[in-house]
Design a protein around this ligand. Structure first.
Ligand SMILES: Cc1ncc(COP(=O)(O)O)c(C=O)c1O
Length: 398
């Protein structure tokens, strides 16, 4: 970078860009090549040995993807980042790189359904044990830690019930117990626009970049961000050998384009969500609203401390009358689309218990505080008044 840049929006546009691009292209070119040639056998050998910089094969690195990785690392204030072909690719590669036979993981009870399934039924097949606790309860976390604990894993705000955990306090707690425990935060919901977990003491940030980072509903992607030595391990073991969940260079190009407007989009998502949460909170047909921006949310004070500039764009709520009324309400919506995923321009709604969190048993849902009637709204970039009108007309029909 030629000049010192501080602003988030400026970083999202300029950080990590190629400085001497062959033809002076303003947009980062798509290097749609699986492999890269060497001028001699010796050069190839030196690159494989790590003695010479240069690309080898797109699963190990690609010029387009590298720009994106440098940019996301800058946004998260990480040494480095590694891109993946999905959020689950990032999460599994991260956890494969941390855990080993006989190790133990402590994780929050409320997690994206497939992350929960990986921790609950996946990695446990390979001799890793997992304890699920309410990580907003520091005492419960302290009690769950063991001498073989290698990782604490949370999402904040959590999917789907927007539970808030105190990143700073959790970091102090686990690192005073054992400084080698890797504290991993899934920052998909907050984005680095609102929260930078590494600045608050976390060791690793993971993302589903399918969501806000790309923001246009046309890519599946993920990231792991952290210290250089760990990112090297995630790239050269987690990605290269374990998952192979590599990001396609065209998808990297689309995310680079999406990131240019991340700050603007997140501001609008937050403003819309605040208005909509207040509308839902005051509606007689709504039994409960989960949104960290509301003063009534149990995590509001912590969210106000660790989220800067807004409380995110996701709201969950329960319609009076339980699951059946909730389903009827969703089916009556006209502008709002029934779909999983989140963080897109379009407002999306889904029913976690039967969709994104159907990997949980009814008992596990109950323990995690995810009610059967909960609906999750990803507030889009439309005008808030139109989203509210649609919610209102559907609520009136229930
Ligand atoms: C919080 C969170 N983390 C991770 C994932 C997984 O990401 P992907 O669908 O990109 O694999 C999701 C997907 O919804 C998510 O919501």
């Amino acid at each position: 970078m030629k000049t010192k840049i501080k602003g988030f929006g400026t970083l999202a546009i300029h950080a990590g860009n190629l400085e001497n691009e062959t033809f002076g292209a303003l947009a980062t070119p798509i290097y749609q090549s699986s492999t890269f040639y060497f001028d001699s056998c010796e050069t190839g050998g030196r690159r494989f040995a790590g003695e010479e910089n240069g690309f080898i094969y797109t699963r190990l690195g690609n010029p387009t993807t590298s720009v994106l990785e440098r940019k996301v690392a800058a946004l998260e204030n990480a040494d480095d980042a590694v891109a993946f072909g999905s959020g689950m690719g990032a999460i599994t590669a991260c956890l494969w790189s941390i855990a080993a036979l006989g190790k133990h993981i402590v994780a929050d009870e409320a997690l994206y359904g497939c992350t929960f399934a990986f921790l609950n039924h996946g990695i446990t097949r390979y001799g890793v044990s997992v304890t699920f606790v309410d990580t907003s309860d520091l005492q419960a976390v302290r009690q769950a830690l063991r001498p073989n604990t290698c990782c604490l894993y949370i999402e904040t705000p959590a999917n789907p019930n927007l539970k808030i955990e105190d990143i700073e306090e959790l970091s102090k707690l686990v690192h005073s117990y054992n400084k080698d425990i890797m504290f991993v935060v899934d920052n998909t919901f907050a984005t680095p626009c609102l929260t930078r977990p590494l600045d608050l003491g976390a060791d690793v940030v993971v993302h589903s970049a399918t969501k806000y980072l790309n923001g246009h509903g046309d890519v599946i992607a993920g990231f792991v961000c952290g210290r250089q030595d760990f990112i090297n391990e995630v790239r050269m073991f987690g990605l290269k050998d374990m998952t192979g969940a590599v990001l396609d260079p065209f998808a990297a190009f689309l995310i680079l384009r999406g990131l240019k407007t991340l700050e603007l989009r997140v501001q609008r998502h937050c403003e819309n969500a605040m208005q909509i949460a207040e509308f839902l909170d005051g509606h007689r047909k709504v039994a409960k609203v989960y949104f960290p921006g509301l003063k009534s949310h149990p995590g509001h004070e912590i969210a106000a401390k660790q989220m800067h500039g807004g409380f995110g764009g996701i709201i969950s709520f329960e319609v009076r009358g339980g699951k059946e009324a909730g389903m009827r309400f969703v089916n009556e919506l006209k502008l709002i689309t029934i779909a999983v995923s989140l963080g897109d321009a379009e407002t999306l709604i889904e029913h976690p218990a039967s969709m994104t969190h159907s990997t949980y048993s009814p008992e596990e849902l109950n323990a995690a505080g995810i009610s059967e009637g909960l609906v999750r709204l990803s507030v889009g970039l439309e005008n808030a008044v139109d989203i509210i009108d649609d919610l209102d007309q559907a609520l009136r029909r229930v």
